[in-house]
Write a protein that binds this ligand. Sequence first.
Ligand code: NAD
Ligand code: IPM
Ligand code: MN
Length: 355
Amino acid sequence: SQTLKLAVIRGDGIGPEVVDEALKVLHAVADGELDVQETPFSLGAERFLATGDILTEDDMAALAAHDAILLGAVGGDPRDPRLAGGIIERGLLLKLRFAFDHYVNLRPTKVHAAVGSPLADPGEVDFVVVREGTEGPYVGNGGAIRVDTPHEIATEVSLNTAHGVERVVRYAFDLAMRRPRKHLTLVHKSNVLVHAGSLWQRTVAAVGAEYPDVTVDYQHVDAVTIHMVREPSRFDVIVTDNLFGDIITDLAGAISGGIGLAASGNLNPDATFPSMFEPVHGSAPDIAGQQLADPTAAVLSVALLLDHVGRADLAAAVTRAVEADLADRSTTRRSTAQIGDAIAGAAAAARTTTA
Ligand code: NAD
Ligand code: IPM
Ligand code: MN
């Protein structure tokens, strides 16, 4: 059977709890179909505090030798001053996204009939945010002078390149072409951020000319938060920059019934480097270590991973298992592991039915 060399970064907080369940489901569905060879990487706050290392050149080289990376979440105790300023998040997560050229951050949202959305009547919601992953205000292009004086000046300059915008926009059009509604929404703030906004708008217009079957519209990011709550069914594919994409995908998770359901893939579509799959949520220190986390987002990230490595059949089995489990959620609270067990059982069954 096909081999999958999988690097696993369980990470901090609820990361290990949700990754353990995601791997349980992966093994249930892979059994006899896919030879999963896991390499654990103990990266995150704990290792940093013990050794001072976040991500070494050796770690990078070892990770690069894998077909894909599964990550839980990173970010330690927010009260620990040694971890201030997102040192782990930037030094690990963002470093990997940049170094492995994860220029597409794919974040799908579906509202499942049986899951309680906080919206009274969300309708048929099925959209994908294509968030740019390597540029924007995330690049660390800025600085501060006269720090801690009344005259302090701090800047974070958003980087947008023609190459960087074009490749992610092209990916979004290709994705829209594969979906029934073939609709693309560009989200930006072109009424204020005119330089970057203009580049994004011109790029969408130019690339869009090659995709006459895709309908296109534009929304300012502030208005999108209104539409996502009032009428989320209007969206199909959304393409947007790194920071806007970060913000609207937490909102998307919330309207779909909780951030514990929101999956993501950091893709290097050229396959020069391994892609990395992770829930949209973070390490949730407020609930860590108590088996309170919903592992569904991590499980659905495994489905995105399987799809990416060419096993759409196994990805579909995982998705069906999650859907069955969501339809079955009663009011009794289940532990992280109980949810994982239920989905793994359903995934094994779903696979058998397909085979
Ligand atoms: P968070 O996503 O960790 O938590 C926000 C809220 O959602 C919390 O109330 C949390 O309990 C809840 N939540 C998150 N995941 C859940 C799950 N699976 N099931 C149930 N509830 C869940 O965001 P935050 O509190 O802003 O950040 C905490 C830490 O995680 C910070 O250090 C942050 O930088 C980091 N972070 C890491 C990643 C990542 O590694 N990919 C992503 C986001 C945040
Ligand atoms: C996410 C997270 C990260 C981001 C942080 C932890 C760097 O919020 O994956 O959504 O902003 O991209
Ligand atoms: Mn985020």
